[in-house]
Design a protein. Structure first.
Length: 306
């Protein structure tokens, strides 16, 4: 089994593989498989898996690439994320987990990850007992969470303590809501790994040419995206990045070939987008108004026009 201390600095994200919420009939499967193979060959060993993306197509592409390369199971860390969209009950969750076991030819999950809405749907105690069963039987090494409030993260940590491996959430140069609410800080202080998705906001951050990123990009002769990923690594975060371009994969991995000064790291760290107000967050409570936390990176460009 892969030691968590030996995880690659960035992980392989699955959003966009095979399509998005639906299967893309025009998807270039070979291009994406080649990109995954290149990522694995380049040392990336942290893989996110979920059957909701492209209705399972992304999982087929990931498993296909891993089989093609014949990567030993113990060389990879699989985080299996459970979304409840097509899973009415925990019995259905169990079936999906069994599908993972069959497809990836393994008998354990490195981290069994639940989204916060799962607990609303299945019940908190029921979900905890379900996850604990996998941990106790050695079918899962750890458990993780996605897009949770600080209150919920504390509650879950109180139950699982050092078995709570990570919290997947959005965190980027522009959108620091999860830090400003104390969520990433609590995780870091309690040994919970922060895993940002969309850390580059699909290149939309670099396209804005924020002066501080332009300055540091020129100073270190690296791209703006490399500066961002380097800074996230300095913070101890492990971002998920998906790319189909071999050049972009190499660029992302090259983000850790340099070191900035402490003052430059802090310059980025203390930056906040001027006049950007944190919207009211709806933590998965349907009767309440506000933005769901997961959409913030996607609506930023609509909200912030300055």
């Amino acid at each position: 089994m892969l030691n968590t201390k030996n995880l690659s600095k960035i992980g392989i994200g699955a959003w966009g593989l095979g399509g998005f919420a639906e299967v893309n009939p025009q998807n270039d499967d070979n291009r994406q498989i080649n990109a995954i193979v290149h990522s694995l060959q380049s040392g990336m060993n942290f893989v996110e898996i979920n059957f909701w993306n492209s209705k399972g197509k992304s999982v087929e592409l990931l498993s296909g690439a891993i089989k093609l390369l014949k990567v030993p199971r113990g060389k990879l860390f699989y985080s299996l994320v459970i979304y409840n969209y097509y899973l009415p009950s925990l019995k259905d969750v169990e079936k999906e987990i069994n599908s993972y076991f069959d497809l990836f030819k393994t008998d354990y999950i490195d981290s069994l990850e639940f989204t916060m809405p799962n607990f609303n749907k299945y019940g908190f105690r029921e979900s905890v007992n379900f996850i604990d069963k996998y941990l106790t039987k050695g079918k899962a090494r750890f458990t993780s969470l996605t897009n949770c409030s600080l209150e919920f993260l504390k509650k879950y940590h109180k139950v699982f303590k050092n078995k709570l491996f990570s919290h997947e959430l959005h965190f980027s140069f522009e959108v620091r809501v999860n830090e400003d609410l104390g969520i990433t800080t609590f995780a870091s202080e309690n040994g919970i790994l922060n895993i940002p998705y969309q850390p580059l906001r699909r290149n939309r951050t670099a396209n804005r040419n924020w002066p501080i990123l332009v300055e540091l990009s020129g100073k270190y002769n690296m791209s703006q995206n490399q500066v961002i990923l380097n800074w996230l690594n300095w913070k101890g975060f492990k971002p998920l990045v998906k790319s189909e371009s071999l050049e972009h994969i190499d660029e992302n991995l090259g983000s850790f070939d340099f070191k900035m000064t402490e003052s430059d790291y802090k310059k980025i760290d203390t930056f906040r987008v001027p006049n950007y107000k944190i919207p009211e967050i709806n933590w998965w409570q349907e009767e309440r108004k506000g933005q769901k936390i997961h959409v913030l990176p996607n609506v930023f460009d609509e909200e912030y026009i300055l």
